[in-house]
Design a protein around this ligand. Structure first.
Ligand code: 4AD
Ligand code: MG
Length: 480
């Protein structure tokens, strides 16, 4: 007998053929109709029980949440809502679920808030919403590899434990294996990290970029896709302490090529799910429309989910220099009603998220690539422009999300890079290996980092980053 996933059974036309399916009970009506789900798709499989010939003990164990093995024959369904169903010939309850206990969890069949689901992160994958989001996340991951592999990029596994802080922002988690009862200290009484990690001070990586750069200068086109860690205490719906980042790096490539790749990449992965995941997207779109009915008109999103994805896929991103963006912001009208001010005082200031949102959502009404930022607000490795005050940086800003991508053309000139490091009090000795790439066959090269969870947020229409990663790591949440 052939075992099939429920997604396959629902598409199958082998009527009267016998199959084995496994799954968890979603509902059980009239002692006869079991809705079974195995997570392979959104839709449940209706399995019809011959209750007159089934023992009461078994019927009593068919409760919501229980795990079942079902053998049965595929037949056309008489009922509405499904094309086919399974007429059960043999049913085994593999794992029981006590209804009293289930009632206290998010498995109980009623609408639970996303906050409530987060409290039971170990069970939420069995809900329709979270199941759909996680399937889309998986498909997006596949599309990421598909895109780069088709283009001949090599996938590089950069280290998780490193000795460098690529972004120079000091937001690293230290790696220690100290005996907490006996923390080594220096003569000044400070924690002596030099005694840690086999005698070297290390941290969890904030970005694989520096190592990816060294690989690009040998393999030409590479990408990383791995977890990164930031000890920033920002409790927002866009930040995690542990998030996954995709970082391509290309040798012999300047900023324009970098922008082209970022735009092509985002369009490719979004198009991939539009084509391959219509049912999950439709479900999430309807969920959003339902939710928005209760919101005031001005807070509703202007487009349904799939229309929004298609809009991004079909339209060019707007490319604007930082200086042009500042002019737009300077001329914008303050929005008194919402109690904040889009106006920006000075060239050189870092853009706040309200500025980014104004540019993307109010002014251009499409994704925007901002480039050529002031050197003073960007990382040390970005290539200095001829004007001596801006760098070849780019950020891709998205409606409803803000910064989706941060990237740049890298400073490939040895002397300029060393000067820059010194000016920012970064000891060139610490990054001797990185600097050597500028001594031996240096070349123009560029890359970017895309926060994977921010992409999943946009693609699913979810609004909190904690709801698009299996186990969110935030200042409040590390229980699981
Ligand atoms: O702009 P960031 O800090 O850039 C870098 O790390 C570069 N080294 C990338 C590169 O050029 N290879 O981070 C890149 C992206 C951001 O645009 C954002 O999407 C995401 O990573 N990101 C976060 N996502 C979730 N939680 C956080 N705390 C994030 N910080 C950055
Ligand atoms: Mg950034």
């Amino acid at each position: 007998m052939i075992r099939k996933k429920i997604a396959e059974v629902l598409e199958c036309s082998d009527i009267l053929k016998e199959f084995i399916v496994y799954g968890w009970v979603k509902s059980f009506r009239n002692n006869q109709f079991i809705a079974l789900n195995d997570g392979s798709c959104l839709q449940n499989l209706q399995c019809v029980l011959d209750f007159e010939h089934t023992s009461e003990a078994i019927i009593n164990d068919i409760n919501i949440g229980a795990a079942l093995e079902i053998k049965g024959v595929l037949q056309e369904s008489q009922g509405r809502g499904q094309r086919v169903e399974i007429q059960i010939s043999e049913l085994t309850v593999l794992g029981k679920a006590d209804p009293e206990e289930v009632r206290k969890t998010i498995l109980s069949p009623k609408k639970h808030s996303l906050e409530k689901l987060r409290e039971q992160a170990h069970l939420r994958v069995r809900t329709n919403t979270f199941g759909a989001v996680m399937r889309l996340r998986s498909k997006l991951s596949f599309a990421v590899h598909d895109f780069f592999q088709q283009k001949g990029f090599n996938y590089v596994h950069t280290p998780i434990i490193t000795g460098s802080d690529a972004e120079g922002a000091g937001e690293t988690f230290k790696v220690t294996n100290f005996d907490l009862k006996n923390i080594p200290t220096t003569e000044q009484g400070e924690v002596d990290f030099s005694q840690d990690f086999f005698g070297k001070e290390t941290n969890l990586t904030v970005s694989g970029q520096l190592e990816a750069e060294t690989f690009a200068l040998g393999l030409s086109d590479v990408y990383t896709f791995g977890p990164t860690f930031r000890a920033e205490n920002s409790n927002t719906s866009r930040h995690l302490a542990e998030f996954w980042m995709i970082e391509p790096e290309m040798a012999f490539c300047e900023l324009d090529g970098n922008m082209d790749l970022a735009e092509e990449f985002i369009k490719y992965v979004l198009n991939y799910i539009v084509k391959n995941c219509p049912k999950d997207l439709e479900f999430l779109e309807n969920r959003l429309l339902d939710e928005e009915k209760n919101k005031p008109k001005e807070q509703r999103s202007p487009m349904p989910l799939r229309e929004k994805l298609n809009f991004v896929i079909e339209n060019n991103f707007k490319r604007v220099s930082y200086t042009e963006a500042i002019d737009i912001l300077k001329n914008s009208k303050p929005n008194k009603k919402k109690k904040f001010n889009y106006l920006i005082e000075e060239w050189g200031a870092d853009l706040q998220s309200e500025h980014e949102r104004y540019l993307v959502e109010k002014h251009f009404k499409c994704p925007v690539i901002l480039f050529d930022y002031p050197a003073s607000i960007k990382a040390f490795y970005m290539r200095l422009n001829e004007d001596g005050k801006t760098v070849r940086a780019m950020d891709v800003l998205f409606p409803g999300i803000g910064e989706m991508v941060g990237g740049s053309q890298r400073e490939e000139r040895y002397e300029v890079l060393v000067e820059k490091m010194k000016a920012l009090a970064i000891d060139p000795k610490e990054l001797w290996w990185y600097l050597e790439t500028r001594k031996f066959g240096t070349c123009k090269h560029s890359g970017f980092g895309l926060g994977f969870e921010r992409l999943v947020l946009f693609a699913t229409g979810m609004t909190n980053i904690r709801d698009v990663i299996p186990y969110p790591r935030t200042p409040q949440n590390a229980e699981f």
